[in-house]
Design a protein around this ligand. Structure first.
Ligand SMILES: Cc1ncc(COP(=O)(O)O)c(C=O)c1O
Length: 306
């Protein structure tokens, strides 16, 4: 359950939490055209808070809007300020931010070109997305019976509302089957990503992850991990990944703003490596948390102080 806080930013102003309502004729509620982001703010070792890679998230929000032909009424700077203002208005030193650009009420039907383009930023407290134990000991996954969309069926590079039904269905199937998370293949059978995470495998010391021409979201945590791994002297290869490569990997982990770096210890009832969190995953996880929350100051450009 999301804990109720004080205020939500709606179309340019902070309003009381309970007043942040939309009409049932809101176009996006029916047809799913809308852009959103998920961003984390961390309290760091020095006691100050920083929003992690805010600029990149807001750039992706605007990229999604561009792809789906929504013209936000606010600038990138205004939405970035709204993110900081919303955290402060709710007294949050750490938290999750959800900016959303959506099509409001007016006309019904698919086209509705004159409906207002609305925007909101919501903040809430969110701990480890898959649980603290998942971060520590890893999770059990299942290759989903749902495929990720073909790149011409939907927009893999967009964080667009409607296409998340695909993720919800895959996640529910995995959970109902007793697993923690789904791994989705693309329509040709190659590995795509998790329901809300990018995926990496480690084989013989090398990191391998699906490349950006695959049906995957261009994850900001994915980019963070690739950058940190290369700085640590690791080889990262982006390319096609098969299901059996995952089964035979030494290590597998997910990356995402919500999931952070979550180790995968089992896929389709086969242990990943020895079935415990591997050394490279552990090293990257430690480095990641040092950068976002600790005292590692190697990437000040990723931190927007609150
Ligand atoms: C489908 C999907 N893939 C990957 C990711 C990871 O992206 P990021 O690291 O930018 O949060 C997310 C989360 O936003 C996602 O929803």
């Amino acid at each position: 359950m999301v804990e109720k806080l004080q205020q939500i930013w709606v179309d340019g102003e902070l309003v009381p939490w309970d007043d942040a309502q939309v009409h049932l004729l809101t176009h996006s509620f029916h047809y799913g055209l809308g852009a959103f982001e998920g961003i984390r703010c961390y309290k760091r070792a020095d006691g100050k808070s920083s929003i992690f890679r805010l600029r990149e998230h807001i750039d992706r929000l605007f990229d999604t809007c561009k792809m789906v032909l929504l013209q936000p009424k606010f600038t990138r700077e205004q939405i970035m300020r709204a993110c900081a203002d919303t955290l402060k208005a709710n007294g949050l030193e750490e938290g999750y931010l959800r900016p959303v650009v959506f099509l409001g009420e007016g006309a019904m039907g698919i086209y509705a070109p004159n409906n207002p383009v609305r925007a909101t930023v919501i903040a809430w407290k969110w701990g480890a997305y898959l649980g603290d134990e998942a971060l520590k000991s890893g999770i059990r996954c299942k290759i989903s019976s749902f495929a990720r969309h073909h790149v011409n069926v939907s927009l893999a590079k967009a964080k667009m509302m409607g296409q998340y039904t695909n993720s919800v269905l895959a996640k529910r199937e995995a959970k109902f089957g007793g697993y923690d998370e789904a791994i989705l293949l693309d329509p040709t059978g190659y590995v795509s990503e998790g329901s809300g995470e990018n995926i990496f495998l480690v084989k013989k010391g090398k990191l391998i992850t699906p490349d950006l021409s695959s049906s995957i979201l261009e994850g900001i945590t994915r980019d963070t991990v690739i950058t940190l791994a290369r700085e640590m002297g690791l080889t990262v290869q982006e390319g096609r990944v098969t299901r059996d490569q995952l089964w035979l990997a030494d290590e597998v982990f997910f990356t995402g703003t919500a999931a952070e770096i979550t180790p995968v210890r089992e896929i389709d009832n086969r242990p990943v490596g020895d079935g415990v969190v591997g050394p490279i995953t552990k090293k990257l996880q430690t480095k990641f948390f040092d950068v976002v929350r600790g005292s590692d100051a190697s990437h000040p450009e990723w931190l927007s102080p609150l």
